[in-house]
Ligand binder design. Structure first.
Ligand code: AMP
Length: 212
């Protein structure tokens, strides 16, 4: 299955994408993780994107389309894929259609703005593999160390409170309209994202089983 994870920043898209991709045995496309890797490796595409990311704004569509094309060139989506953080606006959603990426479901993880602002303070992300944790809701086995790859866990630059508020504003204005785009196509699944990681994953898997 090819599934899009939608929802505000900090709703748990990345965490649920990891769980789903392991469960379904499919790959994940996380544009945010690809951009952070490009920044860590000091590649021009990353350094350019960083200016937007640090301000909580979206990276220009041309950059994202390039990332998607590279990904498609290196991966066979025959088995499916979890798209985490892409598309982020209607233009990107239409571009995916044009590139022939057939979407089976778009999952909208619903969490209120006030809860997002509280959550982001506790988020810790792996510098190496991009996995994310929460100090209370989803802590790693060893503080500051990624369970999956042993990488160092840090607070993302764009998880600072003022940047989070800007990212929420961008989400409501540019990304939220995508929910209607997939609802019209009959592909939308809405999941309450306020419960714990495991409970949300169970709800998500049940909802996906209904459409299979
Ligand atoms: P994320 O890890 O998905 O929360 O993304 C972090 C930041 O990377 C976002 O706030 C954007 O600045 C940028 N970004 C990631 N994916 C996209 C995308 N599909 N379109 C535009 N910007 C993106």
């Amino acid at each position: 299955m090819t599934i899009i994870m939608l929802g505000p920043p900090g709703a748990g898209k990345g965490t649920q994408a990891e769980i789903l991709s392991a469960k379904l045995g499919v790959t994940t496309l996380s544009t945010g993780n690809i951009l952070r890797t490009a920044i860590a490796e000091k590649r021009p595409v990353g350094l350019d994107a960083k200016k937007y990311m640090d301000k909580g704004e979206l990276v220009p569509d041309e950059v994202i389309i390039g990332i998607i094309k590279d990904f498609l060139a290196g991966h066979d989506l025959g088995k499916g894929c979890i798209l985490d953080g892409v598309p982020r606006n209607i233009n990107q959603a239409k571009m995916l259609d044009e590139m022939g990426v057939a979407i089976d479901a778009a999952v909208s993880l619903e969490v209120s703005d006030s809860e997002i602002e509280q959550r982001m303070g506790g988020r810790r992300s792996c510098l190496k593999c991009g996995a994310s944790y929460h100090v209370k809701a989803n802590p790693p086995a060893k503080e500051g160390v990624c369970d999956k790859c042993g990488g160092e866990l840090t607070i993302r630059e764009d998880d600072k409170p003022e940047t989070v508020r800007q990212r929420l504003a961008v989400y409501h204005k540019q990304t939220e309209p995508i929910i209607g785009f997939y609802a019209e196509k009959g592909k939308l699944i809405t999941v309450d994202g306020t419960a714990g990681v495991e409970e949300t994953a169970e709800k998500l898997v049940k909802a996906l089983e209904m459409i299979q």
